[in-house]
Design a protein around this ligand. Sequence first.
Ligand code: ATP
Ligand code: MG
Length: 417
Amino acid sequence: MVDILPEETPLWQSMETAALEVLSSYGYSEMRLPIIESTDLFARSIGEVTDIVEKEMYTFADRNDDSMTLRPEGTAGCVRAVVQHNLAVTPQRLWYMGPMFRYERPQKGRQRQFHQLGVEAFGVATPDQDAELIAICRQLWRRLGVDDALQLEINNIGSADDRARYRDALVAYLSQHRNQLDADSQRRLESNPLRILDSKSPDTQAVLDGAPGLQDYLDDTTQSEFQVLLGYLDALGVRYVLNPRLVRGLDYYNKTVFEWTTEHLGAQSTVCGGGRYDSLVETFGGKATPAAGFAVGLERLTLLMQALDITVSTPADLYVITADENAYQHSLPRLDALRRQFPDIDIVQHLGGGSFKSQFKRADKSGAAWALVYGEAEVAAGQVTLKPLRAEAEQQTIPDAELEAFLAGYLATAQSA
Ligand code: ATP
Ligand code: MG
């Protein structure tokens, strides 16, 4: 589990702000959900025979001996809440953000506590919903400057019936090549054969090259709906790659599944994954309600932004230096008033006293644009000195009363820059 240090938080805040603004602009509302749910919620929705439920969950007995789990993903809890609070009205557009927990081998882009942005939409069965979700992703990528580095992979995995028919054909084929499959895949041949398509083993992938394709088992309606979705993506100008092996690691998906992947992050290349899950609301005891959603892995998104040298820094605008106790007291009501009038200007005041020289050193180190100085002479004359620390500008001593005009000008230049 990883600490996110002050150096990195501006990047996180920029993601959070972008998510809030993009999702609000599409009419999505935020939900805040518990981090702990009862274990069976995940077993029932994600699937008993998945990596997550088989080996990645943080599960414990609470004091009442109830089995509880730190959420490994957000969709299960979101659907639980939607059913519990009767939110499955049409359409219902929701999002949430927060930590998820999986007991995995920690490595770059893979942590035991990580963060996701989850977006879920309920009530719309048609592919315009899928298109909207994908368009939202792209708006977010654009806002963060990672649009060019991400590629959309998409697949149609059909209905549960389609997959049941395909499953039989796949098992028949793979059984003939059982010995060439990796151990996990051999085990999954009985329990969850579709997941074999997702195997990372080159030997298994080689066997799969000759396997029957799911596409041949999809009924006509699903096929044509998927073509409609691809048409919408063309209209949006979203480029995509059709990936027939994309099945996703969770059981609840049907029809459209997609992932956004990048070449910049090595093995952990998927930044976002999602798709349709039309039967999950019913599984949780709600009225049958079509649904679709996606989750963005925020650590991987920060890694991608870093790989692309996208930096977000928030140095202060003003660093305030005072000569002595008298000057400090003099500055207090002035700064208080300025902060109220200019909430967008960051004003950091030097604390703890010290010589002018040492205060200026700190001012320099702070990265602030200007030092604002109340020396003995300034206080006596009702003036203030402004010394540029970053900007190409002259040092100036002005009447204290003209500070507002100076700051208004500073703000106008900063905002137009
Ligand atoms: P992977 O194949 O990388 O294990 P997954 O299919 O398990 O991914 P999902 O459950 O679809 O992942 O989660 C959505 C996104 O959350 C992933 O695409 C990834 O960006 C992120 N994610 C998943 N697990 C982790 C983790 N352990 N650490 C950091 N990010 C993660
Ligand atoms: Mg995983």
